[in-house]
Write a new protein. Structure first.
Ligand code: PRE
Length: 360
């Protein structure tokens, strides 16, 4: 005979009680960790990306179901977020306004027990962290359909901040209407320029005569619908909810695997987590074979590159800086050898940071 509903619920109640006790025991331990950090370090660092990545990876590895590993890792993400908030409440600056994908990325990475602070531009996010007004910042760096976010790369040229993490977010764009929108009279559609580009084919096919107007963010596009009757916006779910809009058509991005990668910036160096990436900038005097010489040491050491971009150096015309992302931590012997080789060849190198590969 199957067990009665009442008996099953009693078991759930008992387990919930145990879970709650265990969560509070864990929180009390995190509190003790904070005391140790305060007692042993004059400038204690509470947020430890390498430790968080290890905890989340282990959660996924040991998971036996029936809940899947991703779901379980998201629970633990929130548990650690709440534990960290007991040690220190984090302020995380992001490219705003409220409701952007960058805010969604910040919450995915840090969990919901942080305060997120919207800022108007990428360099403002950098400045907020540099000044200490925010503990960390989150900025977009590349999209799988539209490529690199140049402004973020350029800002690293002059900033001393370090990359201490990365987040990837699957991006879904929805065509949205406001409460005053007269759907049969639409003449324009608002969105961020990158979003319009990511939905270009859909717009060509379904809204050929409608003017596309690029605005500063998807959330700004959503906000504008409040005062307009003949416009639609393209934005994500967070903006849709925040501004109380209705979806006309969901998931209009041209590529179903459309993903954006974001970076976490801060002031700290991150120790190795066991599965890391390193980002660096290399610049050298323009000469035949420069790029080849920059890449050869990585090949010689068998280090996998995950991204390569070149940007104008902004110091002289037609001179370039290479942005390299590779696997491994800067304190791994092999990567140390690469850095030495590049420096000995007269190139200048700026290490932007080693950080755990995205887990969630
Ligand atoms: O291990 C630490 O250093 C902690 O502060 C504990 C803890 C956790 O809850 O597990 C909390 C915050 C850190 O970012 C990493 C881990």
């Amino acid at each position: 005979m199957t067990e009665s509903l009442e008996s099953l619920r009693q078991k759930i109640d008992a387990l919930d009680e145990t879970l709650q006790e265990l969560l509070n025991q864990r929180a009390a331990l995190a509190h003790q960790v904070a005391e140790v950090k305060l007692a042993t370090d004059p400038n204690p660092v509470f947020y430890r990306p390498e430790r968080e990545a290890q905890v989340l990876r282990r959660v996924k590895e040991r998971n036996q179901g029936p809940l899947d590993g991703e779901t379980m890792a998201r629970f633990f993400r929130e548990i650690m977020s709440a534990c960290l908030a007991l040690e220190q409440r984090m302020k995380v600056a992001f490219l705003g306004p409220e409701g952007t994908f960058t805010q969604q990325a910040a919450l995915k990475h840090f969990g919901h027990a942080v305060e997120t602070v919207p800022l108007g531009a990428i360099d403002e996010v950098f400045r907020e962290v540099e000044s200490g007004a925010a503990n960390y910042g989150v900025v977009p760096v590349e999209n799988s359909t539209e490529g690199v976010v140049n402004h973020t790369l350029d800002t690293f040229m002059t900033s001393e901040l370090k990359i201490c993490g990365e987040v990837e977010l699957r991006i879904h764009h929805h065509l949205l209407a406001g409460e005053h929108t007269q759907r049969d009279k639409v003449t324009r559609v608002y969105s961020h320029q990158q979003t319009l580009a990511q939905c270009r084919q859909w717009l060509d096919a379904h809204m050929p005569g409608v003017e596309r107007i690029a605005v500063s963010s998807n959330a700004e596009a959503a906000r504008r619908l409040k005062d307009e009757w003949n416009a639609l916006a393209i934005a994500g779910e967070m903006a849709e909810e925040l501004y109380g809009l209705q979806a006309v058509q969901r998931n209009i991005e041209d590529r179903p695997d459309n993903t954006t990668r974001f970076l976490i910036i801060g002031k700290q160096d991150t120790p190795a987590s066991g599965n890391d990436k390193t980002s660096l900038m290399v610049s050298g005097k323009n000469r035949p074979g420069l790029l080849f010489e920059v890449l050869a040491p990585f090949r010689d050491q068998g280090i996998n590159l995950t991204r390569l971009e070149s940007r104008p150096s902004r110091t002289a015309n037609w001179s370039y800086v290479f942005f390299v992302d590779c696997e491994g931590h800067k304190e791994d012997g092999k990567l140390e050898t690469v850095l030495e080789t590049l420096e000995n060849a007269g190139n200048s190198i700026k290490l932007l940071g080693s950080y755990p590969k995205a887990v969630l």
